[in-house]
Structures are given as C-alpha cells and as structure tokens.
Design a protein around this ligand. Structure first.
Ligand code: SF4
Length: 318
C-alpha cells in the first residue's frame, strides 16, 4: 500500500528444522537388550537426516513385539491387524503418494500370517521402506516357533525342537517377480544398519530390509556369540551397495565383492550358511511401481469423480 515491493514487506520466517526428538514419542517398552532399541534409534536418525516432515510420515505395523514401533515415533502411525501391514501401507501410498511410508513387521507377522500380502506387496513395488525385525521366534506371545526358527529350536509349540526347515526371507523376496531392493543387516552393528536403512530410504520402490534381531529373553543364545564375533558376518561390498564409512568397512574381516545388479549371485549369497551375509543383495531402480498407476486421478474433484462414475454406469446400463 505504500509502494514497497512485497518481498521488502515480508518478515523472513525461520526454516523449520526437525531434530531427532521430533521423531520420538513415548519410551520404548521393549525388554532391555532387545534389538528393537537400536533399530528405533537408527530410524529416528534417518528421519532427521532426511528431514521428513512428521505429519507427512507414517509407520504401519501388524502385530508382534516389533509392531509396537509406531507408538514410539512422533509421526503418524497405524498399528493394525496381524499380518495386514502391507495392504494398509499400500492403500496409504496409493492415495497419498506424497507421504513417506514405512512398514514395520516381524518374522511371524510377515512370513506366516502376512505371507500372501508380502508376496504381492513386493510385486506391486510401491515406494516404501520395509523393515523385517527377524528374531526367529514369536516373542510377544512368549516363545512359539516362527517360520524363520531354525530346525531344532525348542519352543512352547515344539518342546522337542522344531522340525521344518525355516523360510529364508532374503531368498523368498528375491524369488518374487518385480523385487527391486533386497538387503540384510544386523541390529548389533548400528553403523551398518543405519547405512542400510538409509540406502533403502533413497530407493524409488519397495525397499525390503531384513534385520537379524536379537531377542535376549526368548532366544538368548541364538546370536549372543555371533554379536561378539566379527567372523560371524560376511560383508557384501560394492560401489553400488551400502555406503559404509571406510573405517567401519575395515572392521569386517570377511568381505565378498558383490554387484547388486546381479540377481543370480544375490540368490547364491542368500544361501550362505557359514556366516550371516550383510549388505545389498539386489537393487533395480527401473522396475515398474504400482503407485505410478494409481496417481493419475488424484487431482479430481468430487464432482468430476461423480461424473466419471455416472458415465461409466451409463456405459453398462444402456
Ligand atoms: Fe524384544 Fe524379545 Fe523382549 Fe520382544 S520378547 S521385546 S523381541 S527382547
């Protein structure tokens, strides 16, 4: 009104910057020593580094110890039904592609009751980060055999030891059509876990990360010695793989050079049994993403949608 240019009148506002605390909510109620704690810290750090807007970020889970995760994040969350995290997350991403979507699932939630949804979610390849907390046991319900329990695992359902060979989640995911990002890490190497989830967050499709997780309550002996033994893991290393700090990379004694575009080698390394292979098994950024096909009518008004629906009905009524 006084002839000043608008930019001279405006008061500059400080840019919003989110700290780690903005992604934290209540205190995690996992047992002391549970691998979930370090996974939570890594994810909160990544949210801060990516400066994800908390109101534009959603964590979806099913049922299990891992699935308490959304309660501990200062973002939106959906703690749903057992095995149903994938369809919920797919629905959210389909209608709100602007949101950052994470799925938190466990070995029972994903590989047993949710297995059908897991297969199709991989195939749909919608942009989301999937963290499989795999402790090889049902912990929340106090020790039942899970689909990833090794033969001989003594549990309440198999007091004489489980008898069936376990599912290999990496091998299974690699075998599903349209798989585009498959990685593995362990909760006891926070630097590698952080770098792996960070890479997954940058992937333009369905990024599946299996985290070998300790459950000191019900599977005390499974990984206790491995976590203390640097020889127990095998690092898959490549310039297109997980971006590790050279100082951290040097701490791995066993290293295999693996190009993550080679799915045949990825399948071979997924079968390694004399150590836990960690790193990026496979990545393909060119695979079709189903969210791209769902976004075409997002801008339609209610009136336009009603009209389109009526035109469609007319087509079949006449
Ligand atoms: Fe973690 Fe096991 Fe405790 Fe569950 S029972 S919170 S997986 S340590």
């Amino acid at each position: 009104m006084f002839g000043l240019k608008p930019d001279l009148c405006s008061v500059p506002m400080p840019e919003t910057h989110y700290g780690v605390d903005d992604y934290a909510k209540s205190t995690a109620r996992w047992c002391p020593g549970c691998g979930g704690h370090s996974i939570l810290s890594s994810v909160q750090k990544i949210c801060k580094e990516k400066q994800y807007v908390p109101e534009k970020t959603v964590f979806v889970s099913g049922i299990g110890c891992s699935s308490r995760f959304p309660h501990y994040m200062g973002t939106y969350g959906f703690h749903g039904l057992h095995g149903r995290a994938f369809p919920v997350a797919s629905g959210i991403k389909f209608r709100r592609p602007d949101l950052n979507v994470f799925v938190i699932t466990g070995d029972g939630d994903c590989c047993s009751i949710g297995a059908g949804h897991w297969v199709h979610a991989v195939r749909y390849n919608m942009k989301m980060v999937v963290l499989l907390f795999d402790n090889s046991i049902y912990g929340l319900t106090k020790k039942q055999t899970s689909p990833t329990s090794a033969i001989g695992t003594v549990s309440n359902t198999h007091p004489k030891g489980s008898v069936l060979p376990p599912i290999n989640p990496i091998q299974t995911t690699l075998g599903i059509s349209n798989a585009s990002f498959v990685a593995q890490t362990t909760d006891w190497n926070p630097a590698h876990m952080y770098a792996t989830i960070r890479k997954a967050a940058d992937h333009p499709g369905f990024a599946f990360v299996r985290i070998v997780q300790r459950c000191p309550i019900f599977m005390k002996d499974l990984y206790a010695d491995k976590a203390a033994d640097p020889d127990s893991v095998i690092l898959l290393s490549h310039e297109n793989g997980i971006n590790l700090d050279p100082a951290i990379a040097k701490t791995f004694k066993r290293v295999i050079e693996h190009d993550p575009s080679d799915i045949h080698k990825a399948r071979e390394y997924a079968e390694l049994r004399d150590g836990i292979p960690v790193g990026l098994f496979y990545q393909n950024t060119e695979n079709p993403c189903y969210d791209d096909y769902g976004a075409h009518n997002l801008g339609m008004t209610v009136a336009e949608k009603t009209q389109a629906l009526e035109e469609l009905l007319d087509k079949y009524m006449n």
